[in-house]
Design a protein. Sequence first.
Length: 446
Amino acid sequence: MAQRLLKKHLILSVVRKPRLLLLQHEMSTSSKRFNNVHYKLVVVGGGSGGCTMAAKFTKRFEPNSVAIIEPNDVHYYQPMWTLVGGGVKTFEQSRRAMKDVLPKTAKWIKENAVQFDPNNNLIVTSSGQKISYDYLIMATGLQLDYHKVKGLVEALKTGKVCSIYSPVYVKQTFSAIKNFKGGNAVFTFPNTPIKCPGAPQKIMYLAEDYFRKHGIHVDANVMYFTSLPVIFGVKKYANALMKIVEKRNINVSLRHNLIEVVPDKNLAVFENLDKPGAIHTVNYELLHVTPPMSPLDVLKSSPLVDGSGWVDVNKDTLQHVRFSNVFAIGDCTNLPTSRTAAGIAAQSGVLYRNLVSFIEKKPISAIYNGYTSCPLITGYGKCILAEFDYNQQPLETFPINQGKEMWMFYFMKKDLMPQLYWQLMLRGNWEGPQLIRKLAHFGMSR
């Protein structure tokens, strides 16, 4: 009897063991399936470009067909930071909760993308999750490299050194301007591509105007050091700005790049880019630094980028030059135009139409002409509205000379454009002023 029971137990154990192994295998496989998620469209980045494109495509696709990979809880309207630095707006006015600006029917993956495998339509996130896609939009922006200027990170803690480009430092800019009592007020432009290339001058003009309104300008020596060979890339606006700096006694040094800050001695050290090895050192009482900028580190070794680390797209269609189901928008791209929110708005319409055409297997026909805009604030209540294309030619919206300082343009920058951004652009409903331009020019504008 005992022998029969033992034999039965052995037989049952042999039968059950494979079943147990099978169950364990099924649980492991289901875990992997949960870890590998597929979406029709993945948007990497929840900034201006990412939010705008996600909003457009969630209207077209089924709910949860679009995923947005974005690790941050807060979305910033960064074009406002010039006005925050000048004391016109508060920092809080420039921010919204990320959950409030991302489209509700998209899947928010609150992680970093750490690996791109476009050959297999795959992205790996910081948790190890693998995300596959049919189509990909890169909107990762760029990174700020304050650490690449020797002594700068330490100097930003002193109260005399500031920067409007970072949410960490923009809040201390107006305090630095208010606490300035005289001496050298130095403003810089780095030797790298940057976003909003007019901003380093805008904050300078606001500071100079503040000094003037408070009687400090007689003791102030405002200095602008730029790595560029001109004060602005478009001749029409450069000519207008040169007249302003001459009138207001602002000293401009071209082809100079900040390489070091010595905070305990209040010294800013510049290299002369036209004379290798030549160094120019300036004492400062106020130093506003525009940091070097570069593509995100995670992109630099990716198959998606060109030799400089920028996402490699066709400048006309915004489609990737090697991976046809990949498109890109904004600061992360190698588009040869100024990186601005206005540029992203114009790009969004082109990208949307071209990706839809690609999905529908139709010819891609929408063309981006490089349109971008830079409202050049030149003081409190004054602004030049620069608009131009790939060829650095003016592409102005209004049938008036936008190269002149006007209160109307200042009002647009301060009050109208933030509303366009929050209420229209991030909801996928603003692609720039082309229609207004056509109407204002009776259909004769490009």
